[in-house]
Ligand binder design. Structure first.
Ligand SMILES: Cc1cc2nc3c(=O)[nH]c(=O)nc-3n(C[C@H](O)[C@H](O)[C@H](O)COP(=O)(O)OP(=O)(O)OC[C@H]3O[C@@H](n4cnc5c(N)ncnc54)[C@H](O)[C@@H]3O)c2cc1C
Length: 511
């Protein structure tokens, strides 16, 4: 173990064909943020590490993409060669507790392949069509981050093509920063690049997708995880996996926010006891949907889930409970926790093996963002500048109630309609503006910025899991978090590894 890593050459291969046909290129000009105006020099579909290396070496500007599910415009090209990773689709047979996977494998495919041998990859974002490479590039997280952590914790090794076409095989534990805060990358040309570790302090929160990871004695692999494609192209990775858990999904109606916060706190305590072998209620995730978010869901969303639309100020929590022992013991304990916080309604349950039932409940949760996005899209028809305006805030859990008050009071003070949902067991919520016109979007951005400042003051972060991408607002939030000095330190890292600013230029920060 040292602070220097030696790059190698990829096998020699011709660069893959670059498609410039409008019919093909036009389907790669946008991501899930739906920012207009994407354009590209062409699209390439490399099938191997050698083809990726060759394409990157020959291009002047490259945007690696996965499933383009980015919510920050990070996968919307601005004139680069789009490097689609979808043909890097190999999954090696899982051995023991790890699996070697191509960057272009969608998580859904990975889970299917692992399920066939009783295994599971835990750190999945809500959108399971995302590719392995994209989730590494954004350090994706999700509902079950509460139990399992974000993607970072699960990546054991990665093969990365650097901006000059050299390849590094980075293994966790293989290369760590020097005592005085450097990495050295020895390129095949003989040149050695010194990469300084930034000195800003990252907030102590369970999930963070806010530019470059930085810590004393950090592992080199952590610099590439969450770098959003700006430091190298992930070609393949070795991921840790676990035995597939048996799972109960439970949808619970709470009378109001304070009951929901009390229940979540109680469930977190139960989960921690279970992890120490002292209880049966192994809660992996608690998802929150507020009154306004539920109001946005059309009636069919509830009827398909077999759930009655809740009335009044009710909010709903969707729990994922992992079962290693007796179902009845876990359910009995759940009932007593519900009673202890004053909840009398029975939860809607999907028991282990009832995959259809669980899917119905998860679909209800998913119809919250899709319903709000549909409202945004409808407003955009009348006002073309309207766009999704949302926060991705995480606070230390003991500030959760304060943070919900903050989101509501700030958005209301700005006269905005809004909805809030998210991964409440992590203290990670998404306050979303429900815009009527562009003026709402403009005021929404001001409100999100105000919220972000308060969240940082609470010891949290305004960039929990969706990354920064090319969104001007998110880039401003990154500056709020680390200051201009922090951004300058990130630029220094970028310049050391990619002096020509070739990879994902304009993602995270402007050149
Ligand atoms: C409905 C919905 C729900 C979502 N829920 C969540 C959630 O719960 N948690 C969460 O974290 N995110 C969530 N997201 C956001 C998104 O799914 C994640 O950011 C995901 O990790 C992006 O993966 P992707 O393959 O689509 O990457 P893309 O969107 O294609 O790319 C994202 C960024 O990664 C870079 N990149 C992609 N592939 C590579 C590669 N191989 N090497 C280097 N850089 C690369 C790109 O340049 C870009 O900057 C959600 C999105 C949607 C649409």
């Amino acid at each position: 173990m040292g602070h220097r890593i030696k790059a190698r050459k990829a096998q020699s291969a011709p660069a893959p064909h670059i498609d410039t046909d409008d019919a093909i290129v036009s389907s790669f000009l946008s991501d899930a943020a739906h920012v207009p105006g994407g354009f590209a020099a062409g699209v390439a579909f490399p099938h191997s590490e050698a083809e990726v290396a060759s394409a990157v070496a020959q291009a002047t500007r490259v945007l690696p993409i996965g499933a383009q599910s980015s919510l920050t415009g990070g996968a919307t090209p601005r004139g680069e060669l789009v490097l689609s990773t979808r043909a890097l689709s190999n999954i090696s047979s899982a051995a023991g507790d790890s699996v070697r996977v191509g960057a272009g494998v969608p998580l859904k495919e990975l889970q299917r392949s692992l399920a066939a041998v009783g295994l599971y990859y835990p750190p999945v974002p809500t959108f399971d069509g995302a590719f392995v490479g994209g989730t590494i590039a954004t350090n994706a997280a999700g509902a079950a981050t509460f139990k399992h952590g974000s993607t970072r914790r699960w990546v054991n090794a990665a093969t990365i093509v650097l901006a000059n076409g050299d390849v590094v095989d980075v293994t966790r534990g293989g290369t760590v920063a020097s005592d005085d805060g450097w990495f050295e990358i020895a390129l095949t040309s003989g040149e050695v690049r010194r990469v300084p570790v930034p000195t800003y302090a990252m907030p102590d929160v369970p999930k963070l997708s806010a530019g470059y990871f930085a810590a004393r004695g950090m592992d080199l692999i952590d610099l590439f995880i969450g770098a959003e494609g700006t430091l190298g192209v992930v070609v393949a990775a070795t991921l840790n996996v676990v035995a597939r858990p048996r799972r109960i999904a439970a949808l619970v109606r709470c009378a109001d926010d304070s009951q929901a916060v009390a229940l979540t706190a109680a469930l977190r305590r139960e989960a921690r006891s279970a992890w120490q072998g002292r209880g049966p209620l192994d809660v992996a995730a608690v998802e929150y949907m507020d009154t306004r978010a539920l109001r946005a869901v059309p009636d069919e969303g509830f009827s398909r889930a077999g759930v009655v639309r809740p009335s009044g100020q009710s909010v709903m929590l969707l729990l994922q409970i992992e079962i290693s022992g007796d179902d009845e013991r876990a359910l009995g304990q759940l009932q007593s926790v519900l009673t202890s916080v004053g909840i009398e309604d029975d939860p809607h349950l999907a028991l282990p093996g009832d995959d259809r039932g669980a899917e119905r409940l998860f679909n209800l949760r998913e119809s919250v963002p899709s319903s709000v996005n549909a409202i945004v899209a409808a407003a955009k028809q009348a006002h073309p500048d309207v766009e999704k305006t949302a926060g991705d805030m995480v606070v230390p859990f003991d500030r959760l109630a304060d943070s919900i008050d903050l989101y509501r009071s700030t958005l209301e003070r700005h006269g905005l309609d809004y909805a809030i949902w998210g991964h409440v067991s992590d203290g990670n919520l998404h306050p979303n503006v429900v815009p009527r016109d562009f003026d709402d979007v403009r005021r929404g951005r001001e409100a999100i910025l105000e919220i972000a400042r308060e969240v940082v003051a609470m010891g949290g972060a305004p960039l929990a899991e969706h990354g920064v991408g090319r969104s001007a607002l998110k880039q401003q939030l990154l500056r709020e978090l680390y200051g201009t000095e922090g951004i300058e330190q990130m630029r220094t890292v970028k310049r050391a590894l990619d002096p020509e600013w070739k990879l994902a230029p304009g993602v995270l920060f402007v050149p």
